[in-house]
Design a protein around this ligand. Sequence first.
Ligand SMILES: NC(=O)c1ccc[n+]([C@@H]2O[C@H](COP(=O)([O-])OP(=O)(O)OC[C@H]3O[C@@H](n4cnc5c(N)ncnc54)[C@H](O)[C@@H]3O)[C@@H](O)[C@H]2O)c1
Length: 444
Amino acid sequence: MKIMPKPACPETLCPETIWPITIWPETICVVGLGYIGLPTSALLARNGYRVMGADLTRDVVDSINLGRLHFEEPGLDVILRDAVDSGNLDAATTPRPVDIFIIAVPTPISKDRQPDLRAVYKAAEAIFAIAAPDALIILESTSPVGTTEQLAQHLGNIRPDLIQDGQPLIDFAYAPERVIPGKIVMEITTNDRVVGGITPQATARAAKFYRSWTNGNVYESDARTAEMVKLTENSSRDVGIAFANELSIICDKIGVDVWELIRLANHHPRVNILNPGPGVGGHCIAVDPWFIVAAAPDEANLIRQARLVNDAKPAHVIRETLIAAAAIQHARVACLGLAFKANVDDLRESPAIDIALALHSAQQVGQLILCDPLVRHMPADFADAVGVIWEADPVRAVEQADVVILLVDHDRFRVIQQDALQGKIIIDTRGFWRKQCAPAPILR
Ligand SMILES: NC(=O)c1ccc[n+]([C@@H]2O[C@H](COP(=O)([O-])OP(=O)(O)OC[C@H]3O[C@@H](n4cnc5c(N)ncnc54)[C@H](O)[C@@H]3O)[C@@H](O)[C@H]2O)c1
């Protein structure tokens, strides 16, 4: 628990709560209340800001106003409930005029892998309609280089009264979010940040704002560099994972255990190979490198190739599984984990879903058993699927299977005992059992 260092007004806002809260004079509006916007809103409220959240989705707004989370994130439920109960946080479907606006809406890619900024522009236009001169708009959505500058230029189309001598009267800054789902509550306040405005004044204002409620270092730059920093971070991860994934496919071909290989290679003092997996999912690492490729298609060769390698990994897992299943009549195949990464319920761009869908339509699979203890229901992709069982209990999922594919290394799969794997074909795409157990069961 943190006492704010430089309160403008040291008065206690919520004596009935346990928070040592300082009231900050600036009011905040966070537009987009998903995995990023909601924790940001709740933690700002907890740190003494008066926050309103705006989200287009009515159900999201209603559940937040009841103090209820609409997705899984450890530790956030209590903070949200307290934030709403304290009166520091409320939500609505449209933004209200405030001092500082934060945009945290999705930035996906289109089918032809171009950045889709429609949500950012829609959010910005809703803000422009109500913003006063001297407002600060911070874009947190992962965005192509130049987006923050383009938003500032777009202001003149909507509010010419907010342009003076060709310059916006509003400050614009970019501040990418670096949190990892599953640890958002901790990382949102402790991670270092990069902040870049379209002017030095905007940079300084945004940096001061983040320093007021976060503990990590806040590094000041310009908007274009800050945008590229975020894309570079995720591309770096993607390239590293692609190397590991390519190694895993090579190792399957030449009969080398990739986990042993990586473990030994990483003993080199300057080598740090990442872990392979079933592919790369989520809305960040699988998406953001394409923003760089779209901006520099002739130059971004390695970055594009890494994306293609990672996108091709699910097909390899499917092939391996079908070879294993073909050896068994009416093979029962259990997929353990459907989320795009460990210990989250997020199914967006999940390679595990693609793998399970392909297995469902393959004739070598007699029955498909889907199990993800963090996902509440059978995903909509399988709503009408025949021959697919949803099994919430990992132990029972394994019991029923001839072939077990570990697709996500959720901690909750630790309940599965080694004995339960005996006699089954195991395809461990995450090295989950390989890393935990010695000797390992039958593993790939
Ligand atoms: N989730 C992560 O781990 C993570 C990490 C770093 C960066 N980011 C980036 O942060 C941004 C937001 O991601 P997210 O995971 O929070 O998305 P999300 O899909 O979880 O939430 C976005 C929310 O925005 C709402 N929304 C969409 N358009 C809107 C509009 N015009 N006005 C108001 N609300 C609108 C949606 O209803 C949704 O509730 C993306 O650019 C993403 O790449 C995400």
